[in-house]
Write a protein that binds this ligand. Structure first.
Ligand SMILES: Nc1ncnc2c1ncn2[C@@H]1O[C@H](COP(=O)(O)OP(=O)(O)OP(=O)(O)O)[C@@H](O)[C@H]1O
Ligand SMILES: [Mg+2]
Length: 242
């Protein structure tokens, strides 16, 4: 899909835009020295295959004082030096490129991390429209929320209710963010018709665009009570021939 499918391309395209920049976590191609710098700066980062999918191979790396640790799948390992951390991480890393991304402290429900999937599509008039939003509650012991990794689809209302007073306006803001993100990415990637945005919400309720998927799976939206959402997604997909 026209080069969109890497996380570094997406973040590069989005940070050009002054408004969107606030919603994009710092993302850099992997190197040992960049990992060291970003751990000093953020204390927690995600290391991900640049063209990865499905939450595969993703690591959460932390620095606490002079101690380092990383988690892959459900295993956490601790180290007393940066060099031993990296030596161990390298054993789980494949040869393909990785990115390091500023870690977002995602909101939790019953101790489990969750994030949001926002579907944006070209409607029948050819204009971008946010068509669906759903939450994904991660597996209790994992650092990713992907449905194929044991995540559970849940409505945004249920997940955000403890945190948000005006749900309608909060959702409106997310819709606008989705719309803006799609318009911006469409300038860089002219052929895209739909995007599944992974949006993480931090403790200040600030939304962060973790990733943009050009051909997102839509089965999660089937579980929403409002069946019109899934129907509309399919109708628009027919319109542009997916
Ligand atoms: N910077 C980050 N901070 C906090 N959590 C993150 C971060 N990056 C990723 N995650 C968690 O890991 C999950 C998977 O990450 P991401 O969407 O970037 O890769 P992927 O799912 O493998 O790719 P794809 O969505 O194309 O399948 C996210 O949905 C989120 O739960
Ligand atoms: Mg994802």
């Amino acid at each position: 899909m026209g080069g969109l499918a890497t996380k570094s391309n997406v973040s590069q395209s989005l940070t050009v835009n002054k408004t969107l920049r606030r919603n994009v976590p710092e993302t850099k191609l992997y190197s040992n020295s960049t990992l060291k710098t970003m751990l000093d700066k953020y204390k927690m980062v995600y290391v991900k295959p640049n063209d990865g999918t499905g939450g595969h191979g993703i690591m959460r790396v932390e620095k606490q004082g002079q101690r380092y640790q990383y988690q892959l799948k459900t295993f956490t390992q601790s180290y007393t030096s940066f060099d031993s951390l990296v030596r161990s991480m390298k054993k789980s890393m494949k040869r393909n490129p990785y990115v390091i991304q500023q870690g977002i402290h995602l909101l939790r429900r019953n101790g489990r991390l969750f994030d949001l999937r926002v579907m944006v599509q070209k409607n029948l008039k050819g204009n971008w429209e946010t068509t669906g939003m759903i939450g994904r509650l991660g597996h209790p012991r994992k650092i990713v929320t992907n449905l194929c990794k044991g995540g559970k689809p849940m409505s945004i209302e249920v997940l955000m209710k403890p945190h948000v007073i005006n749900m309608d306006s909060y959702k409106k803001n997310l819709e606008t963010l989705g719309y803006r993100t799609a318009r911006r990415l469409n300038q860089t990637f002219p052929r895209i018709k739909e995007l599944g945005l992974d949006i993480g919400i931090d403790r200040n309720l600030h939304p962060w665009i973790l990733e943009a998927n050009p051909r997102p799976a839509i089965y999660g939206f089937k579980s929403l009570k409002d069946k019109n959402v899934y129907r509309k997604i399919c109708r628009y997909q027919k319109g542009y021939g997916r």
